[in-house]
Design a protein. Structure first.
Length: 420
C-alpha cells in the first residue's frame, strides 16, 4: 500500500508525504520537502556583520524576530559585546510577542479545523465567529508588542548588535499593558474553548530538548537540557547534535549524539519546565489533566495554548518592570569590532533555534551555520508517523489522509526555515 499526500496545506512552506506499507508493516514514511533551498548561509559569507540580522530574519515571515535575535546574539558573543539589562528585557518581550502571535496563528487558523472535522476554514469562522475574533485579538496583541518594540511587525528594524537604535516611549509601554490585561482575560476564554477539543490518543517515548535558565521559563538565554539527562552550554550544541543530509534532499536534518531523533517546541518546553510556568498558565495546564511526561505529539497544540497564556502573563510582568526602568539604557553603546567565533540559541515558537558565526577582524562574516527547529524535528516526525500509521490503516483513504494531515500540522512545521 502506498500513501501519498502531494501537498500538505496550512503549514508554512511546501511539503508532501509518502509512506509504503506492506502487510500492515510500515516500510517507509517520509516528509517530502518541496521547497527550493534558500542558501542564506552562503549569502551571508563575505558580508559585513551588520547585514547578518537584516538578511537572516528574511528566512521566515512568521518568525523573523527569533532569527533577528539569534543572529545578533551570536555576533555579540563572537565579538564580546555586552548589552544592558534593559536591552535584554526588550528582546525578551520581542520574543514573547513572537510566540504569542505565531502560536495563535497555528492554534486557531492552521490546526483547529483538523480536530473539529471541518474541511473548509470559512466554515470554521462561520461556526465559531466569537472564538475567531478572540484568536485574532490575541494575535494582534503579540504583533503590537513586536511593532512597538521592533518598529514593525514583520522584519523588525530597531534591534541591532549592542542594543537598540530606538526604544519605545513610556506611553507606548502603558498602552501595551492595558492591551495585555485585556488579552489575558481573552486568553482564558480561548484556552477553555481549546480544552474542549478531543485530540487523538497516541504516544511514543522520546527525548525533549530545550533551553534552560535558572528561575525562569527560558526563551532567550540559557543552557541546553533534555528529559534524558542532557545539560550542556550552547557552545557545545554542534558536538552533541549533528546535521546530516539524505540523498536528493535539500534540507539538512539533525540527530542527537546517540544517532536518534528528538523533539523540540512547546511540547518539549512544557514537559521540561512546567514547574516554571506563570501561575495562570500552570493552573490551565493542571486543568488539562495530562500526566507528565507526556509523549502524545497531538498535545503540542494544547501546550502551545499553555504557552500563549504564560507568554501574556510574562509580557505583562516585563512591561510593568520596564515602566520603572530607564529605557534609554537599552540604546546601543560604542563597542569594539574584533575577530571571533560565537554561538547563540533562542527558543523559537517551534523550538530551539541555533546560530554559529565566525567574524574576521574587520567585521566580515567568514562562516555561518544555522540550525532551525523544523530541521531538528523532521526525522522525529517521521519516526512518530511510522508508529502512528498502523493505528489508522483500516480507515478509508480519505480519512487516512485527513488523519495524516492533522498529525503533521500538529507539529507546526516551518519548511521555509528548514530549507534556509
Amino acid at each position: 500500500m502506498q500513501i501519498k499526500l502531494n501537498h500538505i496545506n496550512k503549514i508554512e512552506g511546501h511539503a508532501g508525504f509518502m509512506a509504503s506499507v506492506l502487510s500492515g508493516d510500515v516500510k517507509s514514511a517520509k516528509i517530502e520537502v518541496k521547497e527550493g533551498i534558500r542558501l542564506i548561509e552562503g549569502i551571508l559569507v563575505g558580508r559585513h556583520y551588520t547585514d547578518m540580522p537584516i538578511v537572516a530574519q528574511r528566512i521566515c515571515g512568521i518568525c523573523p524576530v527569533v532569527h533577528n535575535l539569534t543572529s545578533i546574539k551570536s555576533i555579540e558573543n563572537a565579538m564580546g559585546v555586552r548589552v544592558s539589562n534593559e536591552a535584554v528585557n526588550l528582546r525578551k518581550l520581542l520574543e514573547l510577542g513572537q510566540i504569542i502571535h505565531s502560536h495563535c496563528l497555528h492554534l486557531f487558523f492552521l490546526s483547529l479545523a483538523d480536530f473539529l472535522d471541518i474541511d473548509n476554514d470559512l466554515k470554521l469562522v462561520e461556526k465559531y465567529p466569537e472564538e475567531t475574533q478572540k484568536a485574532i485579538k490575541l494575535r494582534e496583541y503579540g504583533m503590537e508588542i513586536v511593532k512597538i518594540i521592533g518598529g514593525r511587525v514583520v522584519h523588525p528594524l530597531t534591534n541591532e548588535v549592542g542594543g537598540f537604535k530606538k526604544v519605545p516611549k513610556i506611553e507606548e509601554v502603558q498602552k501595551l499593558i492595558k492591551q495585555g490585561e485585556e488579552a489575558l482575560s481573552t486568553a482564558f476564554e480561548v484556552a477553555e474553548f481549546f480544552k474542549g477539543i478531543k485530540l487523538p490518543r497516541f504516544e511514543r517515548e522520546t527525548e525533549y530538548v530545550c533551553m534552560d535558565a535558572r528561575g525562569e521559563y527560558a526563551i532567550y538565554d540559557g543552557d541546553l537540557i533534555s528529559n534524558k539527562g542532557l545539560h550542556i552550554p550552547v557552545l557545545k550544541f554542534e558536538k552533541n547534535f549533528h546535521e546530516f543530509q539524505r540523498p536528493k534532499e535539500v534540507i539538512k536534518r539533525v540527530e542527537s549524539d546517540g544517532k536518534t531523533s528528538y523533539m523540540v517546541g512547546a511540547i518539549a518546553r512544557v514537559n521540561n519546565h512546567h514547574k516554571k510556568l506563570n501561575p495562570k498558565a500552570k493552573q490551565y495546564l493542571d486543568s488539562l489533566g495530562f500526566s507528565l511526561p507526556d509523549y502524545n505529539p497531538f498535545h503540542n497544540v494544547l501546550y502551545q495554548m499553555v504557552e500563549v497564556v504564560h507568554s501574556i502573563e510574562e509580557s505583562l510582568r516585563m512591561l510593568r518592570l520596564l515602566i520603572n526602568s530607564n529605557l534609554e539604557n537599552a540604546l546601543t553603546k560604542k563597542y569594539e569590532v574584533r575577530e571571533g567565533s560565537g554561538a547563540a540559541a533562542v527558543e523559537a515558537p517551534r523550538g530551539t533555534l541555533y546560530y554559529h558565526v565566525d567574524i574576521d577582524s574587520k567585521g566580515y562574516v567568514k562562516n555561518v551555520n544555522i540550525i532551525s527547529p523544523t530541521a531538528q524535528f523532521l526525522s522525529h516526525l517521521e519516526d512518530d508517523i511510522r508508529k502512528y500509521l498502523p493505528e489508522i490503516l483500516n480507515l478509508s483513504d480519505k480519512d487516512k489522509e485527513k488523519k495524516m494531515r492533522a498529525f503533521i500540522r500538529a507539529y507546526d512545521p516551518c519548511i521555509s526555515c528548514a530549507v534556509h
